[in-house]
Design a binder for this molecule. Structure first.
Ligand code: HSE
Length: 436
């Protein structure tokens, strides 16, 4: 059978990984896919960037529409990132009957419902393994490997930049700003790191996984997002004293009241495997009712790991190319007419454990005042620690770990604690997950 023909938009590091994996493993790939997979067309405005491909006979076009409608392309690979022109390009390719493979989490988290509907109507596939956790086949796990389960929750370290920064803060005692600077020098963080450090990239990814896990439309608007830029190094130290590590987690959970969807720095017990995922590595825990907790670990970014995920999708699409669209794995794991509109819970309704840190004057009755405020709001203390007061200001830090309670009660308690004459500054709040 003739090779299937692939067109690529976005000639960056991932595209070079895709080309490299297709070349180095071409025999194995053809044995798996049933036919060869060949890059035939590339969209690139700067001729130099694609000169090495032109030499191998790849056609270079300089506009995206030409690629989206090219007769020598069966599958387009979208590696441009961002919302536009990626959205227009992908919709145009679908309208022209091309299958799409994309690594673009931002695009799918925001425009995925529209894109998957267009693909469904046209009978083509949109595959996106590379959009979540780079080389880790977690989309495959959710859509296929775990399809017998009722998924209960997912918790993932799904942003390598922030995991690198948190690891440096812990290992070297650096502030967030110092660790970010080093991450930028090493090329792990962008010049504008906002999407990564403020949790937006992780929110895109957990939003996609939430939809696949629970069979609900993609709902990025419902995600509560808090990054790590406000995290103080001393909270990492206090968390360690209680036996916890702080990680930026994307969390989605099914509760009786609805679905939680959130990204925030989280205390997790140090004896959990995922607590020991360091540097730029990613890991995702998925809890299914039958299988229990499962853990997937690997590189979340990079040329070859992300190329590995893109090529795996190309192999899948090649195998399915001639299959009846009705009998393919559904884009969002559940049949399109079986998606449910389960309510998405606001952050104020989230129920979990909390870490609180406050600065207090070291005098009689302060602790009693604080615990009274907590008790009045049904918040039960699990563990507590007070630092020795400093000699000059006679101020001490109190750190409290609570039992499970409701976020709105914790926030009300924090406000009340702040008004005590014996406290000063913010009452720092971090969420705690046992992941049991
Ligand atoms: N910027 C991401 C990260 C990789 O730091 O993990 C691509 O999503």
């Amino acid at each position: 059978m003739k090779p299937i023909k692939v067109g690529i938009a976005g000639m960056g590091v991932v595209a070079s990984g895709v080309v490299s994996v297709l070349e180095r493993n071409q025999t194995e790939i053809a044995r798996r896919a049933g036919r060869g997979i060949e890059v035939t067309v590339v969209a690139e405005r700067t001729p130099n960037k694609a000169a090495h491909l032109a030499e191998k006979g790849v056609q270079i076009v300089n506009d995206l529409s030409a690629l989206a409608s090219h007769p020598d392309v069966d599958i387009v690979v979208e590696l441009m990132g961002g919302y536009e022109p990626a959205r227009t390009f992908v919709l145009e390719a679908i309208a022209n009957g091309k299958h799409v493979v994309t690594a673009n989490k931002a695009l799918l988290a925001v425009h995925g419902n529209e894109i998957f509907k267009a693909a469904q109507d046209k009978g083509v596939t949109v595959a996106f393994e590379a959009a979540v956790a780079g080389g880790i086949p977690v989309i495959k796990a959710l859509r296929e490997g775990l399809s017998a389960n009722r998924i209960e929750w997912i918790a993932g370290i799904i942003n390598g930049t922030t995991n690198f920064i948190l690891t440096q803060m812990r290992d070297k005692g650096w502030t967030f700003a110092d660790a970010l600077k080093v991450a930028q020098e090493l090329g792990y963080a962008e010049a504008d790191p906002t999407f990564d450090v403020e949790g937006v990239d992780a929110a895109h990814k957990i939003t996609l996984m939430s939809s696949l896990a629970f069979g609900v439309p993609i709902n990025f608007e419902a995600a509560s997002i808090e990054g790590i830029s406000q995290l103080a190094a001393q909270d990492i130290v206090y968390a360690e004293k209680f036996g916890y590590r702080i990680k930026l987690l994307g969390i989605t959970k099914r509760t009786d009241a609805g679905i939680e969807l959130r990204v925030h720095p989280t205390l997790i017990p140090e004896n959990q495997l995922i607590a020991n995922v360091n540097g730029v590595m990613n890991a995702v825990m998925i809890k299914g009712d039958a299988v229990g907790a499962t853990l997937y670990y690997g590189a979340g970014a990079g040329s070859l790991p992300t190329g590995s995920a893109v090529v795996a999708d190309l192999i899948d699409v090649t195998r399915l190319h001639t299959a009846d669209p009705e009998h393919r794995v559904p884009h969002l794991a559940f049949q399109p007419d079986a998606l449910e509109n389960i309510p998405m819970l606001p952050l104020s309704a989230v129920k979990t454990r909390y870490y609180l840190r406050m600065t207090v004057q070291d005098k009689t009755g302060v602790l009693a005042d604080v615990t009274r405020i907590l008790a009045d709001r049904n918040i039960s203390v699990d563990a507590m620690m007070q630092s020795e007061a400093d000699d000059t200001a006679h101020e001490a830090q109190i750190v409290i770990m609570t039992h499970e309670c409701i976020e709105s009660d914790i926030d009300a308690a924090r406000e009340a604690i702040k008004t005590l004459p014996s406290t000063s500054g913010e009452v720092v709040k971090l969420r705690v997950e046992q992941l049991g």
